[in-house]
Design a protein around this ligand. Structure first.
Ligand SMILES: [Fe+2]
Length: 165
């Protein structure tokens, strides 16, 4: 008989999914930082790259709490979001709206992560994984802060610049 899949399986599979996603993001962030024209946007991307390295480590500690070796599983959603970002990078190269497009792509990444981490954090709490709850909460807070920093930057600078003729 097939193994009855429970919340624990869902937690482990979603963990693999976000582990894969974080590693992809780690590869994309330096390219986005390099392409960004605004020094402030560059700085947000660079700061988040350092944070993402820590987030990967936190995920490895979550794997430890459930006695699993850290392993990623292809996440089509993040591949699609990153692919869209690369398209903006190519199609808007040297254009006034490049930064606005890169910023929007980064926010799509953050929103996807906020959704995943919010779910994982709640499941970890229901599964009694107290160490994981703390780790996932710490990352969730970072993702939300990054998203807010991006919104502020869009409103204060980047969107105006994109409208310049
Ligand atoms: Fe992240």
């Amino acid at each position: 008989m097939a193994h009855e899949k429970t919340l624990h399986d869902l937690f482990r599979d979603t963990l693999k999914d976000i582990y894969f996603a974080e590693k992809k993001i780690l590869g994309a962030l330096p390219k986005m930082a390099k392409a960004a024209q605004s020094p402030e946007l560059k700085a947000v991307f660079e700061k988040h790259e350092t944070e993402t390295e820590k987030q990967v480590e936190r995920l490895e500690r979550v794997f430890e709490e459930i006695d699993e070796a850290p392993r990623g599983k292809t996440c089509d959603a993040i591949m699609g979001i990153i692919e869209e970002g690369q398209e903006v990078l190519k199609e808007y190269k040297g254009m006034p709206a490049l930064d606005a497009g890169l910023l929007a792509a980064a926010q799509a990444v953050e929103h996807s992560e906020i959704s995943r981490y919010g779910t994982l954090r709640t499941w970890a709490s229901e599964l009694g994984l107290s160490q994981s709850v703390k780790l996932l909460d710490a990352t969730l807070a970072e993702e939300k802060k990054t998203d807010e920093a991006l919104t502020k930057l869009a409103q204060s600078k980047v969107n105006q610049h994109a409208q310049a003729a």
